[in-house]
Design a protein around this ligand. Structure first.
Ligand code: SF4
Length: 392
C-alpha cells in the first residue's frame, strides 16, 4: 500500500496529567507515529475527536525526532515511572517502521536508563527488536501488550486487514515469554455477534492461559458517531448483512463515547468476569511495584483494588472513601512538588514514609485494616496477588 509520509516533531514525552495513568500504569509516553496502516475497521483513532487528518490508513505522521527527544528529556526527569509506547491512534510497529527504524533507536537509548517500558502493538515486527527489548527488560522491565481477540484469521483479515496474522501474534507472545519479558493481552474489542460468543471467549482464555500471559484486559466495541461508526457499519453491511439491524439497535443511542446500550454491556462484562477470571484483569502489582515512586505505586494499587473487588461484587464504599482522601493528599503534594523544581521523587517518598511511620497517615486512610495492608505493601514491600486478592 502506497502511503504519504508526513514528518513532524514531538515536543515532549511527559503526559499532561496530574496523576499517574492507572489502566496502563505509566507516567510518560509517546508514539512514534500518528494514524495507522493496520487499518482496523473498528479503530477508535478514526473518530473526529482525535483530529487525525487525511486518510487514516495512508497519511502517516512520523516523529523522527523521538530518539533525540529521549536523549534530551530522559536525564531531566525528576520522577521514576513507566514509559508507555502506544497510542489509541497508531501502532509503533506498523509497516512503515520496517523502513523508518525508530523503535530500535528508542530501545537502544532505553537500555541506558532505568525507566521501565510498556509497548502496545498488533505487529510481529517487534520480533525484529527482541534482543534489544530483552536488554531493556533486564535493566528496568518491559511489558509487551499485544492486541488479540480473534483466533480465526479469516475474521482478523476482515477487521484488521494489515495487522499481523493470529499465528504471528501468538508466536510473538511465545517468543517474548520465552525471553522472560512480561506479556499482557489487550483482548479488545470483541465484536458483537461475530467474536463475542461464550465459546469464543473460552477458547481465547484457554489459549492465553496456555501461553502463560501475565494479564488480560478485555473490552467491548465502541462506535463513536461519525467516521468511525460509518466505516465499521459499511463493513457489517458488506460482510455480515444479517447483523446490520442488530448493530443499529445496539448502537442506536449514538453516544459520544461510542458505548453500546447498557443491557449488552452488562451481559458482556458478566461474561468477562466469569470467563477471564483465570488471569488478572488489570496490570498486576508485581509488574509495576518497583517501577514508580511508592506514592504513585500506592495510588495505582488502590485504584486497581477498587475495580478488582467491585468485579467480585464486594462493597467498596470504604475503600473508595480512603482512595478519595489519599488522592486529595497526593494532588496537593504533587502541586507543591511541581512548584519546587529542586525536589526529587525521593523527597516525596520520604514524606509518605514519615506519615506512615508516625501514624498520621491513618488520618487520611481512616481504616485500620487498610492501613495494615498499606504498611505490608510500602514498608515490607509485599506484593498484592490480583487473583487471590491477598498479599503474598
Ligand atoms: S492497530 Fe490500533 S491504532 Fe492501528 S488501526 Fe488497529 S486499532 Fe487502530
Amino acid at each position: 500500500m502506497i502511503i504519504n509520509k508526513h514528518y513532524k516533531n514531538l515536543q515532549s514525552i511527559s503526559k499532561n496529567t496530574k496523576l499517574v495513568h492507572t489502566y496502563f500504569p505509566s507516567k510518560y509516553g509517546f508514539s512514534p507515529y500518528q494514524a495507522c496502516q493496520h487499518g482496523c475497521k473498528y479503530c477508535d483513532g478514526r473518530a473526529e475527536k482525535y483530529y487525525v487528518e487525511g486518510d487514516f490508513e495512508r497519511d502517516i505522521v512520523i516523529r523522527e525526532n523521538i530518539p533525540k527527544l529521549l536523549q534530551e528529556q530522559l536525564p531531566k526527569l525528576r520522577e521514576r515511572g513507566t514509559i508507555s509506547i502506544s497510542s489509541g491512534v497508531s501502532d509503533p510497529y506498523q509497516p512503515v517502521e520496517a523502513q523508518e527504524r525508530i523503535m530500535p533507536q528508542v530501545a537502544e537509548i532505553l537500555t541506558t536508563y532505568s525507566h521501565s517500558v510498556s509497548i502496545m502493538t498488533k505487529s510481529s515486527l517487534i520480533l525484529r527488536d527482541i534482543d534489544l527489548w530483552e536488554k531493556v527488560h533486564q535493566k528496568s522491565g518491559v511489558i509487551l501488550m499485544i492486541s488479540l481477540t480473534f483466533l480465526d484469521d479469516k475474521l482478523r483479515q476482515i477487521f484488521e486487514p494489515q495487522a499481523s496474522s493470529v499465528k504471528k501474534r501468538l508466536e510473538t507472545i511465545k517468543a517474548f515469554k520465552e525471553r522472560g519479558i512480561y506479556v499482557g493481552v489487550l483482548a479488545m474489542p470483541f465484536i458483537p455477534y461475530i467474536s463475542d460468543s461464550r465459546e469464543g471467549l473460552l477458547a481465547l482464555v484457554d489459549k492465553l492461559a496456555e501461553l502463560e500471559v501475565d494479564f488480560v484486559l478485555p473490552g467491548g466495541l465502541t462506535l463513536r458517531p461519525g467516521r468511525q461508526k460509518d466505516i465499521f457499519m459499511s463493513i457489517i453491511k458488506d460482510k455480515f448483512p444479517q447483523y446490520l439491524n442488530a448493530f443499529k439497535n445496539l448502537y442506536r443511542e449514538n453516544r459520544q463515547s461510542g458505548l453500546a446500550i447498557s443491557s449488552y454491556r452488562d451481559r458482556l462484562n458478566r461474561e468477562f468476569n466469569q470467563i477471564f477470571s483465570k488471569l488478572p484483569m488489570a496490570v498486576p502489582h508485581y509488574l509495576y511495584q518497583d517501577q514508580f515512586p511508592i506514592y504513585d505505586e500506592l495510588y495505582i494499587l488502590l485504584e486497581h483494588m477498587k475495580e478488582l473487588y467491585s468485579k467480585k461484587g464486594v462493597n467498596t464504599t470504604n475503600l473508595e472513601g480512603a482512595l478519595q482522601r489519599y488522592t486529595r493528599w497526593l494532588l496537593a503534594e504533587k502541586k507543591n512538588f511541581n512548584r519546587r523544581r529542586n525536589l526529587r521523587d525521593f523527597d516525596l517518598e520520604q514524606k509518605l514514609l514519615f506519615l506512615i511511620h508516625g501514624g498520621e497517615f491513618a488520618n487520611i486512610i481512616k481504616n485500620d485494616k487498610l492501613i495494615n495492608f498499606i504498611k505490608g505493601v510500602i514498608l515490607e514491600r509485599r506484593t498484592f496477588d490480583y487473583l487471590k486478592l491477598k498479599l503474598d
